[in-house]
Every structure is written in structure tokens, then in C-alpha cells.
Design a protein around this ligand. Structure first.
Ligand SMILES: Cc1cc2nc3c(=O)[nH]c(=O)nc-3n(C[C@H](O)[C@H](O)[C@H](O)COP(=O)(O)OP(=O)(O)OC[C@H]3O[C@@H](n4cnc5c(N)ncnc54)[C@H](O)[C@@H]3O)c2cc1C
Length: 407
């Protein structure tokens, strides 16, 4: 029976000798870019080349949280664009992406954190994103299972509540975008590794893959945790990106007890209850740069201890699965999106850390516009990689729930 099933995005096509654009990495960002290149710019002679299978990277490993209450004026509007796209895309792709806008509750554990939350909320509200500060009692009304005792490591003072955020089914997004792009003519080449980028006189001329040479005037690298390595290895361009492992896990299925995504920067933990009833939880990155996707007992223990302090009803619940993925972190916790620099026809979209699922559709749409027209959309301009040379780092590190490569 399984042998007769065909992927939604059709059988594996033959790699052509020429494409108008080649996108390296079969993750969320490139699948979205491919879809919008075809749909909104008529560029259908496009290939997505993926070393393993689509969704192998962070696309298939993330904890599916979406929100738009970031810290800075450059980031909030971009994430808001993405949040607004989920219902639209579900219709457009004719594929249920299971958007559940259950809202996000960020717990605050000190009066200083409450002050910072007020500032975050003001920024969000100023930029048209719904966000509120709640005291401890109001937070408990939203999340009745919370432990408001003063006798825990980080007593709860209140929260930042963001009703339009929530969860989207991550693999449905991968499959829906792949289906949409392939239907419009994009070639999705799995088991195809990009091994070289050829250039002549400052311009991109092609890509060498494990299936042979492709001539193309436009190449995008958006390969999650592998992007910085590919860009450095194939073009010699060094980016200020550290790659760290981030782990996540789910418990056995439980009766409904959590109606929101609940996170805590102080405890380094976040969780939500999936539609299957499992509590999905993740948090901190491993404290040193590495490329492993293995899980560690230390981390499982940390999650169990942290979660059961503020959600004591989870004591005794079993973890069923744990997994790891890569987070490509920049020093200012904001991504790098750039094009035609230092080479004409070269584009990159990386440095998404552990927050690149929620933005992927809007970013894909803007990067498609950039690739098709050669004009950088206004929204993406602050994200140039030159900001690090120009000392124009973004203030996302001031966000409340913030884990930098250094902590
Ligand atoms: C455990 C975990 C939890 C997370 N939780 C969240 C969350 O809740 N919300 C959120 O917004 N984000 C979250 N993220 C982050 C998010 O998943 C990533 O930012 C996002 O997936 C990056 O997407 P991408 O398309 O850039 O790359 P990826 O999805 O990582 O895809 C990159 C692809 O490139 C391929 N590749 C690598 N080298 C080559 C090559 N040479 N040639 C061809 N292909 C190549 C890989 O095989 C891979 O499939 C989480 C990440 C992890 C690991």
C-alpha cells in the first residue's frame, strides 16, 4: 500500500541543465520563496535542491510556535505579515495548515521583567499587534493549571499575553508549500546536494549538485543551520553566525489542560498542548556551538524540573519522544536577508535561530520579490549582512525571552 503512495509534490523530476533560479535547502523559507516566485512573479523554471528530504532541517523539527510580539520596529511588522498569512495560505494551498491561534502567554518572574513586558507590549501595540500585560491573577484565569505559589524557584508575577499567536502544524506547512510550488512548475529535487556555486566576473553562473551542473543566474542559500557553512565553504564569505543544538520533546497524550502556548524565560522553558493532547516543550540551546542533533539526559531532566514547578499537574507524566535540531544564531538575534552582494545573483536568507518557522511564509514572499525584481523590499532592508560591519545591530537581544549564543 505505501509503495503506491505518491508525494503531494509529485514524483522526483529530472534535474534540468538550466534554471532561472536555484534555491539551496528544502526547508520552509525556500519552499515559500519557490511558491511565491511561481505564483506572484511567473518564475516557474525554478529548482529547490535538498540534500536529504524536504523538512529534514528545522522545518520538520520545530515546536510550531508562531507569534508577532517581537521587540523591535524592524522585526514586529515582518512577523505580523507572517501571522496574517496563515489563514490565507490554508485556503490558497487547499491544504489544512492547522493554524490554532490559541495565544501566547509569556510568564514574568520579577517586577523588572514586568516593566520590560510593559515596554514590549507598548511596542507591539504601537505597531498594530495585539498584546497585553496581565497580573498573576489574570494569568491564572487564562492558565488555571499554573502554580502561583511563592515557594518555587521563580514565583510568577504576571505575564505578557499575545492573543493572535499560537501554533501551526509545521510539517503541513512543508508539504502544503511543496505541493503548491510543484503544481506551478517548480522542481523539488530531493537527495540532491549543492556542492559548488560557480561565478564569473562578480556574477553567479551556476550550481554544482550531486546530480551534475546547473547553469543559473540566481542562487539563494537558505539552509537553516547549514547556511553559514555552505556560504563560507562555497563562496568564502564568513557570516557572524554560531550554530547550536536546540532540543525539544513531547509527553504522553493528556486530557486538555493547556489552551495557550506558555513560556518562561527565567525557567528557560516553553510548552503547549498539541491537538493530539501531548505537551510539546522546548527551550534552551546547548551552551556550545556544534552540529549534533542528539538529545541529552541533562536537558530532559531540566525540562521535567522546570515544567513541573510552574505546572505541578505534570508531575509523573512521561516524555515519549525527544529530538534535536540546529539553531543558526546571529549576535543580534535577528536574521540575515540579503541579495546581489557580494555577487550579482547571490541571495541569502539565514540566521533564523530558533524563530524561523513563524516568519517563513512572509520572508519567502519578500525574498521571491527580491529575487524576481532585483529590488530589495523595504521590509527586508534593515536585515542586510552589512549591518554588522556598520555597527547597526538590531535590538532583538533586549527581548524578554532571549537566549543568545553566549548564555
Ligand atoms: C527544536 C527546534 C524548535 C524550534 N521551534 C521553533 C518554533 O517554535 N517557532 C519558530 O518560529 N521556529 C522554531 N525553530 C526554528 C525553525 O525551525 C528554523 O528557524 C527554520 O526551520 C529554518 O528554516 P529554513 O528553511 O531556513 O531551514 P531548514 O528547515 O533547517 O532546512 C534546511 C535544509 O537545507 C538542507 N541542506 C543542508 N545542506 C545542503 C546542501 N549542501 N544542499 C542542499 N540542501 C542542503 C538540509 O538538509 C535541510 O533540509 C525551532 C528549531 C528547532 C531545531
Amino acid at each position: 500500500m505505501f509503495g503506491t503512495k505518491k508525494p503531494l509534490w509529485g514524483p522526483q523530476p529530472e534535474q534540468k541543465k538550466h534554471y532561472d533560479a536555484v534555491l539551496i535547502g528544502g526547508g520552509l523559507h525556500n519552499l515559500a520563496t519557490a511558491y511565491y516566485l511561481a505564483k506572484e512573479h511567473g518564475m516557474t523554471n525554478v529548482a529547490v535542491v535538498e540534500k536529504r528530504f524536504i523538512g529534514f532541517g528545522g522545518a520538520g523539527r520545530n515546536t510550531a510556535i508562531v507569534r508577532a510580539n517581537q521587540r523591535t520596529q524592524e522585526n514586529v511588522p515582518l512577523y505580523k505579515d507572517a501571522l496574517d498569512l496563515w489563514p490565507q495560505l490554508t485556503k490558497e494551498l487547499d491544504f489544512n495548515l492547522m493554524f490554532n491561534n490559541c495565544g501566547n502567554v509569556n510568564l514574568m518572574h520579577s517586577e523588572a521583567a514586568m516593566k520590560a513586558a510593559r515596554m514590549n507590549v507598548s511596542t507591539a501595540q504601537f505597531l498594530g499587534v495585539e498584546s497585553h500585560v496581565l497580573d498573576a491573577k489574570q494569568t491564572k484565569e487564562l492558565v488555571p493549571a499554573l502554580n502561583l505559589s511563592q515557594d518555587i524557584t521563580h514565583p510568577i508575577h504576571g505575564s505578557m499575553y499575545h492573543p493572535p499567536g499560537g501554533i501551526v502544524r509545521h510539517d503541513a506547512v512543508v508539504w502544503g508549500l511543496a505541493k503548491g510550488a510543484a503544481k506551478l512548475g517548480v522542481d523539488i529535487l530531493q537527495q540532491t546536494e549543492a556542492q559548488g556555486i560557480s561565478t564569473r566576473q562578480g556574477k553567479v553562473t551556476g550550481v554544482d549538485t550531486s546530480r551534475g551542473h546547473i547553469s543559473t543566474p540566481k542562487v539563494m542559500v537558505s539552509a537553516g543551520g547549514y547556511s553559514a557553512g555552505i556560504i563560507s565553504h562555497l563562496l568564502g564569505l564568513k557570516l557572524p553566525i554560531s550554530v547550536l543544538t536546540i532540543q525539544a520533546m513531547v509527553t504522553q497524550p493528556l486530557k486538555p489542560l493547556l489552551n495557550h502556548v506558555v513560556s518562561s524565560g527565567a525557567y528557560h522553558v516553553y510548552c503547549n498542548q498539541t491537538l493530539k493532547g501531548e505537551i510539546a516543550t522546548g527551550a534552551h540551546m546547548d551552551p556550545w556551538p556544534n552540529y549534533t542533533t542528539q538529545v541529552t539526559a541533562r536537558y530532559i531532566k531540566h525540562q521535567a524540573e522546570a515544567l513541573t514547578e510552574f505546572l505541578p499537574c505534570l508531575r509523573g507524566v512521561k516524555f515519549m519522544r525527544a529530538w534535536g535540531g540546529l539553531a543558526d544564531m546571529t549576535p543580534d538575534m535577528a536574521p540575515i536577508m540579503d541579495g546581489n552582494d557580494p555577487l550579482d545573483g547571490f541571495f541569502m536568507n539565514c540566521g533564523w535561530g530558533y524563530f524561523g518557522f513563524k516568519s517563513s511564509t512572509a520572508t519567502g514572499r519578500y525574498m521571491a520579490e527580491y529575487m524576481a525584481t532585483g529590488e530589495c523590499p523595504q521590509r527586508l532592508r534593515p536585515f542586510t549582512f552589512r549591518r554588522y560591519e556598520q555597527h547597526k545591530l538590531m535590538g532583538e537581544t533586549a527581548a524578554l525571552v532571549n537566549y543568545t549564543p553566549d548564555n
